[in-house]
Ligand binder design. Structure first.
Ligand code: UDP
Length: 331
């Protein structure tokens, strides 16, 4: 198929571009490079530095290129930033996606795969989290993704668009060959911060909260390898193209790891010692977030195969220690 990947110069988008091409699909990347990296897009993939708000330009592209599906990753994704500056999240994520969907509707593209998030559930009382649990986002980022899911459902009912929304848990790791990986500025995610500490770029890694009701007192998350995430996108595209109906799926591994376990794993993989500090809780962090992935496994046959903590950490380390400054641009 011929697929437009918005945000294909970003972390999860760039790994999905690779997975799509490995399955023989043709890919065009649309990215305004506000957060993405030119270096994350292979030289032989067409990169269009356009913004999803530009409905006429995007519609023209979809029609001219005979695009058969859109994978939509282009979004801002930092929880803290979304609380301090909600307007850019509503504009970029909600308004931008509205214009993109409008271009998709006008160009009659039949399928959309959307990057959603576990943040739509907020702080659920039960674990593992299943798709039927109530929506209760606790931050603006999660709220914008939920609004987009509603928009997709309404476009689907009214105009026949078919879509899958994938609710990611904690995306982690990097391509096994070390050529693409995670590069955010500022970095707020646990694994890159631990590895930057192992590299000596930071003085210490802070554990945000050691008094949670978990076995070692630190938060538990469901870390899923970005290669497994990428493979799930290919699976759900095949599911849609094969006649599957619109759906949303959790994407996680059903396994939880604590912050301390992640730090220990990083020490083992890197062979380096580094300073660990106990710090107060970070506002809004639930104690435990673990996905049930039963639904996507049953419907599409997808299974995580790279998401052991050792593989995640080894692949992330290969990327970080060979790219100490990420892609080397300033973003
Ligand atoms: N965390 C931490 N120290 C850090 C960054 C994160 O202890 O410097 C914790 C954070 O409180 C959470 C977990 O690591 O429990 C994963 O955080 P991250 O920001 O990577 O992802 P999130 O779960 O917030 O999406």
């Amino acid at each position: 198929m011929k697929i437009l990947v918005t945000g294909g110069a970003g972390y999860i988008g760039s790994h999905t571009v690779r997975a799509l091409r490995e399955k023989g699909h043709t890919v065009i990347v649309l990215d305004n490079l506000s957060r993405g990296h030119r270096g994350a897009v292979p030289g032989d993939v067409r990169l269009i530095t356009e913004d999803i708000h530009h409905v006429d330009a995007v519609r023209q592209l979809l029609i001219e290129e005979h695009i058969e599906a859109v994978m939509h990753f282009a979004a801002h994704s930092q929880v803290g930033e979304s609380m301090e500056n909600p307007t850019i999240y509503y504009d970029n994520n909600v308004v931008g996606t509205y214009y993109l969907l409008e271009a998709i509707r006008q160009a009659h593209v039949p399928y959309v795969v959307f990057s959603s998030t576990a943040a739509v559930y907020g702080e659920p009382e039960q674990t593992p989290i299943t798709e039927d649990m109530p929506y209760a986002p606790t931050n603006v980022y999660g709220q914008t993704k939920l609004m987009i899911e509603h928009m997709l459902a309404q476009f689907s009912r009214a105009y026949g668009l078919r879509y899958v929304a994938l609710r990611y848990f904690n995306a982690a790791g990097a391509a096994a060959d070390g050529t693409i990986g995670e590069d955010h500025t500022p970095e707020t995610h646990l694994i890159p911060l631990i590895l930057q500490t192992a590299l000596g770029q930071r003085k210490s890694i802070k554990i945000f909260g050691t008094d949670y009701p978990t076995p070692d007192g630190t938060c538990i998350r469901d870390y899923i390898h970005v290669t497994d995430l990428a493979a799930a996108h290919v699976r759900v595209l095949e599911y849609l193209a094969g006649g599957g109906e619109s759906q949303y799926f959790n994407l996680g591994t059903q396994q939880g790891m604590s912050v301390r376990q992640m730090i220990d794993a990083a020490k083992k993989v890197t062979g380096r010692e580094f300073a660990v500090e106990e710090a107060p809780r970070r506002a809004g962090d639930p104690a435990i977030l673990i996905a049930s992935s039963a639904k996507i496994q049953a419907v599409t046959g997808w299974k995580p195969t790279h998401s052991s903590v050792e593989t995640i950490m080894a692949d992330a380390w290969r990327w970080h220690h060979t790219h100490e400054h990420g892609y080397g641009d300033t973003k």
